[in-house]
Design a protein around this ligand. Structure first.
Ligand code: ZN
Ligand code: MN
Length: 393
């Protein structure tokens, strides 16, 4: 039997006002090259300084993912040349990352997806190709990133997408990132290899910078198939970096996979080791709302709940509060879901209300649901009651 083995590297933009090592604003879609300074462009003599807020958000993400924050971490230089990286190197964390270990448990299957480590780094700029010319925009240089590296434990495109969805929801709920995929706030590199009959996995191929979960899923499944076909023909699988063509639904070889030696990592001489206060991170974590993993595990233990509905509630705190309050008064998950995700949504659409933020209070909704249950209200009576509490306030 041939198993597909997938590991992910996820770059998450941290939600800060300023960049990782300077005070330039960290914003999307401003006029090109208006948000950069000698520090984020790495001009000679410029000295970086760590954005403490970014480091704290990274550690908070680690806490949310059950990862161990390291009391001391360190920055390293990763050398490579690219036109959108004028420094000629990226400041990242290599030997001593911010957090080690961790996991997220997929509520639907109960599978624990292990995380190897998480580190802080800076983003590069952007190259724009237009009318046969190439332009460079350095606004994104130095934007704070958290890179999350999973163990190679995911079983294919579907599980990778489920993990990424939960990861994104978790980091948004913790206030670590905007999670806006269309603005590149989350970018995914996938590593795919095959394992035959439980022996050592074969060489892996990497596809970088996928910007939608649909692309991640398609790229992984396509790559696993391509490798299977090579093996069946008795050919070997070269370890390489490939480019996923989302429109065409195929990948092409870019280059032989670079080894660690190629980057010539060494300790960043301009930055001291990073020390964070564990108590401060614990305080930030305590101030977070209940996170999606825990919400979904809790909801899924209720009869009548489906993984999809649990995920929908976890993503919409306003609806979840109504659900939780009403469940205490009228513990029929299936009915409550029908009213909240079915009827309320329909009413919201008709009356131009926000389907995620009902105009009624959790107590009002709970009261109606309790009456429906104890007074045996008909569907029409309950519906009228719901329409009424949509008009109050
Ligand atoms: Zn700057
Ligand atoms: Mn990286």
């Amino acid at each position: 039997m041939t198993e597909t083995i997938v590991g992910l590297e996820i770059h998450v933009e941290l939600k800060t006002e300023s960049k990782m090592f300077c005070s330039c604003a960290s914003q999307f879609a401003k006029a090109p090259n208006t948000l950069c300074c000698p520090i984020c462009m790495g001009l000679p003599g410029a000295l970086p300084r760590v954005n403490e807020r970014a480091a704290e958000l990274g550690a908070l993400a680690g806490r949310a993912l059950h990862s161990q924050m390291q009391p001391i971490s360190r920055f390293d230089r990763k050398q490579y040349f690219y036109p959108d990286l004028p420094k000629g190197y990226q400041i990242t964390q290599h030997a001593y990352p911010l957090c080690r270990g961790g996991y997220l448990r997929l509520p639907e299957t109960g599978r624990k997806i292990s995380i190897a480590e998480m580190h802080l780094e800076e983003d590069a700029g952007k190259i724009i190709h237009r009318d046969g010319k190439s332009y460079v925009d350095l606004n994104r240089c130095g934007v704070p990133l958290l890179e999350i590296v999973t163990e190679p434990v995911l079983s294919g495109g579907e599980e990778a997408a489920a993990f990424l969805t939960l990861l994104r929801d978790t980091l948004i709920a913790a206030g670590v990132t905007t999670g806006k995929m269309q603005e590149g706030a989350m970018r995914v590199d996938v590593n795919v290899s095959l394992r035959q009959d439980g022996v050592r996995p074969g060489p892996r191929t990497e596809m970088k910078n996928l910007s939608s979960f649909r692309a991640v899923r398609a790229a992984i499944d396509h790559e696993a198939e391509r490798q299977r076909a090579l093996l069946q023909r008795g050919e070997s699988i070269p370890g390489e970096t490939r480019r996923w063509d989302e429109r065409g639904g195929f990948s092409v070889s870019l280059r032989k996979k670079e080894g660690e030696m190629d980057y010539r990592y060494f300790p960043e001489p301009d930055l001291p080791p990073l020390r964070l206060d564990v108590h401060r991170i614990e305080k930030m974590y305590a101030a977070c709302p209940e996170l999606p993993e825990s919400i979904q595990m809790r909801l899924l233990s209720m009869p009548g709940m489906t993984p999809d509905k649990a995920a929908q509630l976890a993503r919409q705190p306003g609806l979840l509060r109504c659900f939780d309050t009403a469940f205490a008064a009228a513990p029929d998950a299936k009915k409550l879901l029908n009213w909240l995700l079915g009827d309320y949504r329909a009413i919201a659409r008709k009356q131009g209300l926000d389907p995620a933020a009902p105009p009624f209070s959790p107590a009002q909704f709970a009261c109606l649901m309790q009456r429906a249950l104890t007074e045996n209200l008909s569907y029409q009576e309950t519906r009228t009651g719901l329409e009424e509490i949509c008009r109050t306030k």
